[in-house]
Write a protein that binds this ligand. Structure first.
Ligand code: G3P
Length: 217
């Protein structure tokens, strides 16, 4: 399973990429606004720091505008993935950009039917927003499960990118449900490797080792 960072803060992305465990990055207009950085400059810095796919969202309201913006974004770096909304205009733009060889990520997916359309439009990735579904009293992880079943039954190659991840349980459950990738806010990525029993166990091992008076080097 691929792990992406859901962030537009290039410095933080660079720092976490040093783990060697980050496979890509996703951004959205809200994350760009929160970062305070100029969009294209931030994208270039992120694309230079990360070899894998970097999603950049087009914001026009019609397909012609989305296509024009998508072409500009795709020209910024070889690893840009153009993010498009799951609307009829977004799907039209996805179909055309996919035919031009541009990688696409259809975002704001909240139903299996929408995911089916994204796959038919040739999307490279579809982004089900599982946290927002949970917030609305529905089951976000079950959506991943249903999309997996549809894509496998009909041999669609679109990758399922679990998004709107709120906690480490979402990462575990998305992996179990068959998501190909998950995009994590930086705090959730850090929380993945932290466990109080690891800390306690390490402190005990270090104490016992010190008592032996030995050295490995
Ligand atoms: O990048 C899309 C998605 O991950 C947004 O998450 O937390 O705003 O629902 P959130």
């Amino acid at each position: 399973m691929l792990l992406f960072l859901d962030s537009a803060v290039s410095e933080e992305i660079k720092t976490l990429a040093e783990t060697g465990l980050i496979d890509g990055v996703t951004t959205n207009p809200s994350l760009v606004a929160k970062s305070g950085a100029p969009f294209k400059d931030a994208l270039k810095a992120i694309c230079a720091a990360i070899e894998g796919p970097v999603s950049a969202e087009a914001v026009a309201s019609d397909s012609a505008g989305l296509i024009a913006e998508g072409r500009v974004l795709a020209a910024l770096a070889a690893n840009i993935v153009v993010k498009l909304p799951l609307t009829v205009e977004g799907l039209k733009a996805c179909r055309l950009l996919a035919r031009e060889g541009v990688a696409t990520n259809v975002t704001l997916c909240f139903s299996p039917g929408q995911a089916l359309l994204a796959a038919k439009a040739g999307a490279s990735y579809v982004s089900p927003f599982i946290g927002r579904l949970d917030d609305a009293g529905q089951d976000g992880v079950d959506l991943i499960r249903q999309i997996r079943a549809i894509y496998d039954a009909h041999n669609f190659q679109t990758r399922i990118l679990a998004a709107s991840i709120r906690h480490v349980g979402h990462v575990r459950d998305s992996a179990l449900a068959g998501a190909d990738c998950a995009t994590l806010p930086p705090g959730i990525f850090r929380a993945l490797y932290q466990h109080p029993l690891t800390e306690l166990g390490l402190a005990a091992f270090n104490k016992d080792w010190a008592a032996t008076g030995q050295s490995i080097l």
